[in-house]
Design a protein around this ligand. Structure first.
Ligand SMILES: [Zn+2]
Length: 349
């Protein structure tokens, strides 16, 4: 592979390019090896900072969901603060975070100095409550949007099976009209597909176990086809995971302009399989990277997500996934490394 480099003078970049060329231009400069890549600050496009104190879990997806439900009282601003400090220490350029409680959104809007999007998670399967929940969400988000914060606010309908179709349609309408970004877990596990297509499987037992309202009649369609049918796909939506898909569904995501985030280490930990990167790249949809929470990923460093896939996916795609594609998900401009860039704005991998 072509070796590249940066010339540093004082605290700033003076030149960049292929290593051989730079050596000729700066024959006196000592060479400091910096690893696999030099990039702008990476972006963690999918986190749940409020899960930062919930223990790391490995095992089937449905058991993980139970693990999260069992620890739901730990999803506090204090846990979020711990996760935010970890992100800050990693020097990320931005992040996309799902908040389970409105209090966590409030806390982040007030205290977070990093740019990105905080999405309020919505879970409600009762169609008769769709109207009320949707207008409550719309009011809260309009109010939050007026805050002076580094973060934008968005909506996260949890999964296709955990939000009624009536509510999902209303949330998408609000997002489109008001310009709020949407982020949703979709096609993550085989259990999700089994529940959606056949109305059975391990997930089916959860509502009864916890005394939650049951799943409504499920659509008999795979998650992506169901969202396409409802008119949910589009550039306002970021699909997280997109693992349990066929090539036609990848094409549907690509053609609709839907954005996608991959969380490969979490998928591995929860026995969900791996995203079919070849199909995504064939249809010109380059995913971003996220760690998911620290309860299914060992840390919040997306470079480790990329390294997990190193050798299986083109490294240039992985570098773009952790930078350009991540900034795109957050609606932020990708910083460039050029002459004059402070060296503090360069990350090594
Ligand atoms: Zn997640």
């Amino acid at each position: 592979m072509l070796k590249g480099g940066l010339v540093v003078v004082g605290q700033h970049i003076a030149a960049s390019g292929p290593l051989d060329e730079l050596r000729q231009r700066y024959p006196e400069a000592p060479i400091v090896h910096k690893g696999k890549a030099l990039t702008p600050p990476v972006v963690n496009a999918h986190t749940h900072l409020d899960l930062s104190t919930v223990p790391y879990f490995r095992g089937p997806y449905t058991e993980f969901i139970q693990h999260v439900i069992d620890h739901r009282m730990k999803r506090t601003p204090e846990a979020t603060q711990q996760g935010l400090e970890a992100l800050r220490a990693l020097g990320v350029g931005g992040f996309g975070d799902i908040a389970y409680q409105p209090e966590v959104v409030e806390w982040l809007l007030e205290h977070c100095a990093l740019p990105g999007v905080v999405y309020l998670e919505v879970i409600n399967r009762n169609p008769t409550e769709a109207e009320g929940i949707a207008s409550w969400v719309a009011r809260r988000l309009s109010e939050w949007r007026g805050r002076n914060s580094q973060l934008r606010v968005g909506i996260s309908p949890h999964t296709p099976y955990n939000v009624s179709p009536a509510l999902l349609k209303k949330l998408v309408e609000i997002a489109r009209l008001e310009g709020f970004p949407l982020q949703m877990h979709v096609a993550e596990s085989p259990e999700e597909t089994e529940l959606m297509t056949q109305g059975r499987g391990p997930l089916q037992a959860l509502p009864e176990r916890y005394g939650f309202p049951p799943y409504q009649a499920l659509p008999g369609l795979t998650p992506v086809r169901y969202l396409a049918e409802l008119g949910v796909l589009g550039p306002h939506l970021t699909v997280v995971h997109g693992v349990q898909v066929d090539e036609e569904e990848v094409e549907m995501l690509a053609q609709s302009g839907t954005l996608v985030v991959a969380c490969p280490r979490s998928n591995e930990a929860l026995a969900c399989g791996q995203m079919p990167w070849d199909w995504y790249l064939k249809h010109r949809l380059e995913p971003a990277l996220g760690t998911d929470s620290q309860s299914s990923s060992p840390d919040l460093d997306v470079r480790n997500e990329a390294l997990f896939l190193w050798g299986r996916v083109d490294p240039r795609v992985l570098v773009r996934a952790a930078t350009r594609s991540g900034y795109r998900v957050l609606g932020l401009e990708t910083p460039r490394i050029t002459r004059g860039t402070p060296v503090s704005q360069v990350q090594s991998w």
